[in-house]
Design a protein around this ligand. Structure first.
Ligand code: GAR
Length: 208
């Protein structure tokens, strides 16, 4: 059984999708043992509490810089004996020292089809605003392993979602969450926990 630590900063709907997948048996070989938030008072912490999951708050503004913050995060992950770390709407820049300590053991959900609308500055609603500005007909979500390169790690799963002509960023965000993120994030976590993900030459292969 693998220990999963989920990193959050906000509402935590992706965390909820993981909790639901765990409770319904979609994730069989892993347990969310800790939720770490970069902000106090966010609803994601409430979701953890409601399901009896331990949580910790590591407030970014209490640390001098991202290196100091990353050292504290690394210490927390080690204490929690995390086998897998999931970024689920975690909106804090982390130094590469954390990523290097957990190679191919950290995954992130991004609300677009990487390599579109990703990289530094592309997070939350901003991603959907840019997709609508460009006029794309299809967007979606990507789950990928985290590397030193922002949104540049090996892609695990992607799912496309149709863009409608009258979409607002908020409407598109909701559709992408419902139709893509909440499905592929639990699937990717489940595959990891079943030891079915293999990374070779920056590509992810799914073993049968
Ligand atoms: C999600 O849409 C997630 O993909 C996005 O933030 C939202 C968090 O929602 N993450 C990023 O933009 C990371 N680059 P949630 O707190 O309800 O899961």
């Amino acid at each position: 059984m693998k220990n999963i630590t989920v990193l959050v900063s906000g509402g935590g709907t992706n965390l909820q999708a993981l909790i639901d997948a765990q409770e319904s048996g979609i994730i069989k070989n892993g347990r969310i043992t800790c939720v770490i938030s970069s902000k106090p008072g966010v609803y994601a912490l409430e979701r953890a509490k409601n399901h009896g999951i331990k949580s910790r708050v590591l407030e970014r503004k209490l640390y001098r810089d991202s290196v100091e913050y990353s050292r504290a995060l690394l210490k927390a992950l080690d204490e929690e004996k995390a086998d897998l770390v999931v970024y689920a709407g975690f909106m804090t820049i982390i130094d590469e020292l954390v990523v290097k300590a957990y190679p191919n053991r950290m995954m992130n959900v991004h609300p677009a089809l990487i390599p579109s609308f990703c990289g530094k500055g592309y997070y939350g609603l901003k991603v959907h605003e840019e997709a609508l500005k460009k006029g794309v007909k299809v967007s979606g979500a990507t789950v990928h392993f985290v590397t030193e390169e922002c949104d540049g790690g090996p892609i695990i799963l992607q799912k496309a979602v149709e863009v409608m002509e009258d979409d607002t960023p908020e409407v598109l965000q909701k559709r992408i969450m419902e139709q893509a993120e909440w499905k592929i994030l639990p699937q990717a976590v489940s595959l990891f926990c079943d030891d079915r993900l293999e990374v070779r030459d920056n590509r992810v292969y799914i073993k049968n």
